[in-house]
Design a protein around this ligand. Structure first.
Ligand code: AHR
Length: 608
């Protein structure tokens, strides 16, 4: 393996090359990175047309002691459903009767931590409510408080801190009373007090995102943005403002309700917190099953322009002032938007696209626009700065696709490989094999980064209790998380964005199953060389590695080797064995500009 690091053959990789695609899929957001513990906090989960769905809320008591239903008496005009709890018993059980919410497959309540409860309540008569955090059957009390509610015909906002005096991973929130009468509830929220930067995100999941050093965040999804039907598509306007006033919506592609606590503003905030450029994928008037005719698209275009004013406008502008009121007077630097997702070829795609494109170009000339149509092998019939490229395939095909962009035109829009992954039989639930093919594919993207400007794995997250898409890079439940080999593979590409890429040549009888790349980069003090090589085959490969033309500041091929491999190519990680397939770093005693190395079968090695 020869690396020619002479400066005249080096090329800079775009700063944006590797980032993150976050989709609200697999409960990645609701019941995932968004730390809200109450599921269906506004009792709206049936959607606007089914105001009787209180699931997963349930009652404490029986038919003779309590009767629970919903009505439309909420104080919030955009989400009018409230829960009406009628206590029927004259002599209620000492522990009271009431309602409980089990969260998203159980709430993770941890000893010593503070949880902030907020709820809106109305009761015509004075009543005492007991709020508690308990085990899933109510038998273990982890925290509780009694809150008096004065009788009144209007709604009151109640706030209560609860400090846990024990740990239980599958807890629930209970609200009980033993006084006969009627109490209404709405917008019941329970948030841990230690969210990331106080912004509402689950810290340990954000850390895993941060460890990838993502340069961009594509959000809020792919199909999630489209919806099966337009009425269920993600609507930014309904996801901003005070959380209590958000209507929420049913994501009909991935089949679950979200209160939209994680809304457009929070995605922008997340981008900022990750130090990643926001990439806003908006609905372009097209869902999986219905489309808005281009002749009628103008209001949708106006809606997107408003979303951009919300992000970028001054705090005096109409929508910028809404952002400022939410706590962010400084604009969010939205420089990229994707006009729809996977809609190329649909009846009104081109027509709608041009309407969005022209309006955005005029209002925000610096915004880069991403088309859904693949320009990797033929030119587009419409203007675009980037085009979206998605690939889900078997490992052999993805390995061979490392050369896909070698043949692409060097002029025209750049590629955004916004979704790539090995899936189906090769993937297991995240196998080593999948990660090796993906690593090889990424070395090809690095080499072609004159035409490939961005790339992200998909999907990023899965709540283990609701896996609608397999595999995913990060697996979690209410209290645990681990990275699949595909996650760990990405950590070996985190210095690539903005680095210099150098030509590599492999001469070996095994070259058909090898893929390599070499980069150099500098931090404030040192220069580094990283050589990465995938051995996709089942034989160990002995290789002579040499680097020439290195700048004087980089004086060895590398002093450490990091290897991602395992005993079986289908090995994967799990909650019980989260570190079975992770990169293992060791020092290289023989680091030099020429060295003999042995690549393990089915491995991904990186020297630095
Ligand atoms: O990543 C899962 C889905 O795959 C995305 O929602 C969609 O864009 C693609 O079909």
């Amino acid at each position: 393996l020869k690396v020619d690091a002479s400066p005249q053959l080096a090329r800079q990789i775009p700063d944006t090359l590797f980032g993150i695609f976050f989709e609200e899929i697999n409960h990645a957001g609701a019941g995932g990175i968004w730390a809200e513990l109450v599921s269906n906090r506004g009792f709206e989960a049936g959607g606007r047309h089914t105001p009787s769905n209180i699931d997963p809320w349930s009652i404490i008591g029986d038919d003779s002691s309590i009767f629970v239903t919903t009505d439309r008496t909420s104080c919030f005009s955009r989400n009018t459903v409230a829960l009406r709890m009628e206590v029927l018993c004259d002599n209620c059980p000492a522990a009271g009767v009431g309602i409980y919410n089990p969260g998203f497959w159980g709430m993770n309540i941890e000893d010593g931590k503070t949880y902030n409860l907020v709820m809106y309540v109305k009761s015509l008569e004075t009543v005492e409510l007991t709020v508690s955090l308990t085990s899933s059957d109510g038998s273990q009390n982890l925290a509780s408080a009694t809150i008096p509610v004065s009788g009144a015909s209007n709604w009151t906002k109640l706030e209560q801190e609860l400090v846990a005096k024990g740990t239980n991973r599958t807890s629930r929130l209970q609200i009980t009373t033993n006084k006969k009468g009627v109490v209404w509830f709405d917008q019941v929220s329970l948030m841990p007090s230690d969210t990331y930067k106080g912004h509402g995100f689950r810290t340990e999941l954000i850390s895993m995102m941060l460890d990838l050093k993502p340069r961009f965040l594509r959000f809020p999804g792919g199909c999630f943005v489209e919806g099966e039907w337009l009425r269920n598509a993600f609507r930014w306007r309904e996801s901003i403002g005070p959380w209590e006033e958000r209507p929420g919506h049913f994501g009909d592609v991935w089949h679950y309700w979200t209160d939209d606590g994680l809304g457009y503003y929070e995605f922008l905030q997340l981008s900022e917190d990750l130090g990643a450029a926001p990439i806003w994928v908006f609905n372009n008037g097209i869902s999986h099953n219905d489309e808005v005719d281009t002749a009628a698209i103008a209001p949708f275009v106006k809606d997107v322009l408003d979303s951009l004013e919300f992000a970028r406008g001054s705090s005096e502008s109409t929508w910028g002032s809404v952002r400022a009121a939410m706590g962010h007077p400084e604009p969010f630097p939205v420089k990229y938007v994707a006009i729809g997702n996977e809609d190329c070829g649909k009846k009104f795609y081109r027509g709608n696209y041009l309407k969005f494109y022209n309006a955005i170009r005029e209002a925000y000339p610096d915004i880069q626009m991403i088309s859904n149509c693949d320009a990797s092998s033929r030119p587009l019939d419409h203007p675009a700065d980037l085009y979206d490229f998605h690939v889900y395939t078997d490992s052999k095909t993805l390995f061979s696709m490392k050369n896909t962009f070698d043949r692409s035109s060097r002029s025209g829009p750049k590629a955004f490989v916004s979704e790539y992954a090995v899936w189906r039989s090769d993937a297991g639930r995240g196998s080593l094999l999948a990660s090796l093919a993906e690593a090889a594919f990424l070395t090809g993207l690095e080499k072609n980064s004159d035409v490939v400007w961005m790339a992200s794995y998909a999907p990023l997250f899965v709540n283990n209790n609701d896996q609608t898409w397999n595999p995913d890079a990060i697996v979690f439940n209410s209290w645990q998380q681990y990275g699949t080999p595909s996650y760990w593979m990405q950590t070996l590409f985190r210095e690539s964005s903005g680095a210099m890429i150098h030509p590599t040549t492999i001469t070996s009888k095994y070259s058909g199953s090898l893929a390599a790349s070499a980069i150099t980069w500098q931090d404030s003090e040192n220069s580094f060389l990283r050589i990465k090589i995938v051995n996709f085959g089942s034989d160990a490969v002995s290789l002579n590695v040499s680097a020439s033309g290195l700048p004087a500041t980089v004086n060895t091929v590398g002093s450490s080797a990091t290897v991602l491999t395992s005993g079986n190519v289908m090995d994967e990680n799990s909650f019980s064995n989260p570190n079975k397939v992770v990169p293992v770093k060791s020092q290289l005693p023989n680091a030099a500009e020429q060295m003999q190395v042995m690549l393990a079968p089915h491995s991904f090695t990186s020297w630095k």
